[in-house]
Design a protein around this ligand. Structure first.
Ligand code: NJP
Length: 268
C-alpha cells in the first residue's frame, strides 16, 4: 500500500538513543516520515510520541539488526506501510574497548562485528531492491574516525568501522548507475551513552575525549546526516579538524604509531 501523499521516508537504525534519536528528531522536523528501529521498544515509543507531537508520522519497529529475520521484518513493515524509502541511515552500533585478550569472544568481539558491520550490510541489502526499483535513494553508513585510524583498545571496533568504510566505498560504485548514493559519516567522539558503556575499564577512557571542543553533540551529527542526505558525497569526517589528522595518520604512519601507542594506553 502506498499513501497518496509522498512525504519522504527515512529509516534509522539505532534510533532509541544518541545519534539515531537526534537524527529522528531532525528528519521529523524536516518533514520526513520516520521509521525507528532498535531493540528497546519503550524508548522507540516515547520518541515516536514526541515526533507525532511535531506533526510527523513515525513507525516503531523493534529490531535487532544482528538477526536476519528481524531485519527482513523491518524492511517489510516499512515498505508495506509507506511503499518506498528515500534515506537509510545505518547507525546502530556499539563499542567494547579493552585490550584484545580482555574482550569476550562472543559478547564483545562477535557482537560488535554482527551489529556494526554485518547488521548494516543486512539492513542495506533488505532495502536496496526498493531503492533500485525507484532509481533513487541515499544510504548513509555511520562509521567513525576509528574507521580510518586504528586505535589501541579499539581493535575490533576499528575493524568493524574500517569494514563499514570498505562496504560503503564498494557499494557506492556498485549502485552508482542505479540512482542510489552511498555515503560514509566518520565522527570523532560524541557525548552519548555509547562512551559510558564502551570502556570495559572506565579508567581507560582517553582524557582527550572529554576536552572542550573535542566531543560532538548528537545533534551536531544529526545535522551532518541531514546535510549528507540532501547533498550526498563520498563521506565526511566530523569535526572537520579531524580530517587532517586522518590524512597525517595515512601519510605519516610511523608518527601515528608513536603518538597513539603512547597516548591511548595507561602504563600497565
Ligand atoms: O550510541 P548510543 P551513539 N540492533 O549507545 C542501537 C557511532 N559512533 O548514538 O537496540 C539494533 O547512544 C541502540 O539501541 P537498542 C557508533 O559506533 C559513535 O553514540 O535499543 N540496534 C541505540 O539506539 C554507532 O554506530 C561515537 O539498545 C542496536 C544505538 O544503537 C553510532 O555512532 C563515535 C543494536 C546506540 O546508541 C551511534 O552511536 C563514533 C542491535 N543489535 C561513532 N545494538 C561516539 N558516541 O563517541 C545497539 O566515531 N543498537
Amino acid at each position: 500500500m502506498t499513501h497518496s501523499t509522498s512525504l519522504p521516508v527515512v529509516v534509522i537504525t539505532g534510533a532509541s538513543a544518541g545519534i539515531g534519536a537526534a537524527a529522528a528528531r531532525r528528519f521529523a522536523r524536516g518533514g520526513y516520515r520516520v521509521a525507528l528501529a532498535a531493540r528497546r521498544r519503550e524508548r522507540l515509543e516515547a520518541l515516536a510520541a514526541e515526533l507525532h507531537n511535531l506533526g510527523a508520522e513515525a513507525l516503531v519497529l523493534p529490531t535487532d539488526v544482528s538477526d536476519p529475520a528481524q531485519v527482513a521484518r523491518l524492511a517489510d513493515a516499512v515498505l508495506q506501510t509507506w511503499g518506498y524509502v528515500d534515506v537509510l541511515i545505518n547507525n546502530a552500533g556499539l563499542g567494547r574497548f579493552a585490550r584484545l585478550e580482555a574482550l569476550d569472544p562472543v559478547d564483545d568481539i562477535q557482537r560488535q562485528i554482527q551489529v556494526n558491520l554485518t547488521g548494516a550490510i543486512w539492513v542495506t541489502r533488505a532495502f536496496l531492491p526498493a531503492m533500485r526499483a525507484r532509481k533513487r535513494g541515499v544510504i548513509i553508513n555511520v562509521s567513525s574516525v576509528a574507521g580510518w585510524v586504528g586505535l589501541p583498545l579499539y581493535t575490533v571496533y576499528s575493524a568493524t568501522k574500517f569494514g563499514l568504510r570498505g562496504f560503503t566505498e564498494a557499494l557506492r560504485r556498485e549502485v552508482a548507475r542505479d540512482g542510489i548514493r552511498v555515503v560514509g559519516l566518520y565522527p570523532g567522539p560524541v557525548t552519548t551513552e555509547f562512551g559510558q558503556q564502551a570502556f570495559k575499564d572506565p579508567a581507560d577512557r582517553p582524557r582527550a575525549a572529554s576536552w572542550p571542543g573535542v566531543a560532538l553533540r548528537a545533534e551536531d551529527v544529526a545535522d551532518a546526516l541531514w546535510d549528507l542526505a540532501h547533498h550526498p558525497r563520498r563521506g565526511v569526517v566530523q569535526p572537520w579538524w579531524m580530517a587532517p589528522l586522518v590524512w597525517l595518520n595515512a601519510h605519516l604512519n610511523r608518527l601515528g604509531d608513536w603518538i597513539l601507542s603512547r597516548t591511548m594506553l595507561r602504563s600497565s
